[in-house]
Design a protein around this ligand. Structure first.
Ligand SMILES: C[S@@+](CC[C@H](N)C(=O)[O-])C[C@H]1O[C@@H](n2cnc3c(N)ncnc32)[C@H](O)[C@@H]1O
Length: 293
């Protein structure tokens, strides 16, 4: 998830016979081919950690509570004694959802401020400060986890191959990998937005760029002038190719709309929100290369 927690774009209709540009993730003059800037990204998350911690709180933001946590929990379907590794755990929203279950949870995040917040909020959890590309041998034993999760974090990680290689290295054979993210085909920060077609009275998604991998600077909220973190856009096929390359077999794939609130009066917007997915979730099983029975 970007620090712009995936928000609902409120439409404003306008007149004219041509499709009219609506509230948008405005096209960026900053977005460019994805350079790898892990250090800067970590610093970014350090700087927005206070804001992010208060947004997510103890039990998660509205997007965690209403959509992400229920779906991740369903895909994980943990059983007694399972070990769960949460990569890019932030201040531990997933831990809150799992703490009543008989599982052993380990959260990893590159931001020391968010790891401190996680430890303060959830003293019974295990939280390790590390880059996903360089997990400490002391805390994480190879092939010892039954499940690995990226909850709103994989799009914030500059090196996808390393992140997935780490997930593979941590996974036991047949372990579950669960990824929950903002849908890369329809919600590309600064490169997509709602528009309204006056003739057909329809909202539709405008996509300016999809195939190019992008490193997109983000501001945590509209009061902040400077971009502080980055989101890394990749087409869906890149995620799938990397998973397959590292021995993961996808067995669940969900595209999830963000349903407009019940009091939404605009029927065109209601339809658009229901038809165009906001999130993508998938589950894969780890079958080590050479063990493809
Ligand atoms: C949008 S937050 C999501 C946090 C949490 N999973 C949640 O749902 O609230 C993205 C997180 O990814 C972490 N992150 C980004 N790059 C990372 C990396 N290379 N290694 C470890 N964590 C990273 C950031 O520090 C941040 O906490």
């Amino acid at each position: 998830m970007s620090p712009h927690h995936p928000s609902r774009h409120t439409p404003h209709s306008s007149s004219g016979s041509q499709p009219v540009r609506k509230q948008t993730d405005s096209p960026s003059k900053h977005a460019g081919r994805a350079p790898h800037r892990p250090r800067k990204t970590r610093q970014g998350w350090q700087r927005v950690s206070g804001w992010y911690d208060s947004l997510v709180g103890n039990t998660g933001s509205i997007f965690h509570r209403n959509v992400a946590i229920p779906i991740v929990s369903e895909l994980l379907s943990v059983t007694n004694g399972e070990r769960v590794l949460d990569l890019g755990c932030g201040q531990g929203a997933l831990f809150s959802a799992l703490k009543s279950k008989p599982v052993e949870y380990v959260g990893v995040d590159a931001s020391s401020a968010l790891i401190t917040a996680a430890r303060n909020r959830h003293p019974s959890g295990t939280f390790i400060r590390a880059d996903v590309g360089r997990l400490p041998r002391s805390g994480i034993v190879d092939h010892s986890f039954d499940a690995v999760v990226f909850l709103f974090s994989i799009q914030d990680m500059p090196d996808l191959a390393k992140a997935i290689a780490t997930a593979a290295q941590a996974s036991k054979p047949d372990a579950k990998l669960v990824v929950f993210m903002t849908h890369p085909a329809f919600r590309i920060p600064r490169q997509s937005g709602w528009e309204f077609d006056q003739g057909r009275k329809l909202y539709y998604r405008r996509i300016d760029s999809y195939m190019s991998e992008l490193s997109i600077p983000l501001r945590p909220h509209f009061r902040t002038k400077q971009p502080l973190t980055r989101s890394f856009h990749r087409p869906v096929g890149i995620y799938i190719s990397e998973l397959v390359r590292h021995g993961f077999h996808i067995d669940r794939f969900k595209e999830i709309p963000y349903h407009a609130p019940k009091n939404e009066k605009n029927s065109a917007m209601k339809r658009a929100e229901a038809e165009i997915p906001h999130f993508l979730a998938l589950r894969a099983r780890y079958r080590p290369i050479g063990d493809r029975s």
